[in-house]
Design a protein around this ligand. Structure first.
Ligand SMILES: [Zn+2]
Ligand SMILES: [Zn+2]
Length: 133
């Protein structure tokens, strides 16, 4: 589940930022994308240039990157044991975190399961404690 969400997030991000969109199935192939607006369900349609398969990604609301302040808000919620919800659409977030005890570096990523908005935080765990107080 988490992997699917992250894959869709990266595809949507590539689309919105105008980067090449790598096909998840065909290594080395890229996909072309179109944003389709409809009355009920805006979405992105991606089509693989090699396999012609399509991937449809719902985009209402549209993906965006969370601001640093918002990401710090998520970290505070984690510290307090509060649930985190997407600022855009109030859906659940997939949260990934890793910390390296040797370097003291921690990394968090947050991805909305619905609109695929995302945010990341990198820093020293000591700095993280600062965010959380
Ligand atoms: Zn493909
Ligand atoms: Zn969302």
């Amino acid at each position: 589940m988490a992997n699917d969400v992250q894959q869709l997030r990266d595809l949507a991000r590539a689309f919105w930022t105008g980067q090449p969109i790598p096909c998840p199935k065909h290594h080395g192939a890229t996909m072309t994308g179109n944003f389709v607006q409809t009355t009920f369900a805006d979405h992105i349609v991606l089509t693989c240039q090699r396999g012609r398969e399509t991937i449809i990604i719902p985009q209402r609301p549209r993906q965006m990157e969370f601001h640093r302040q918002q990401v710090e808000g998520f970290l505070e919620n984690i510290e307090r044991g509060d649930a985190n919800l997407c600022y855009r659409c109030q859906s659940e977030l997939v949260i990934e975190s890793s910390a390296n005890p040797d370097t003291g570096l921690a990394e968090y990523s947050f991805t909305c399961v619905r609109c695929l908005s995302y945010g990341t935080w990198n820093g020293q765990t000591a700095e993280l404690a600062g965010v959380n107080t």
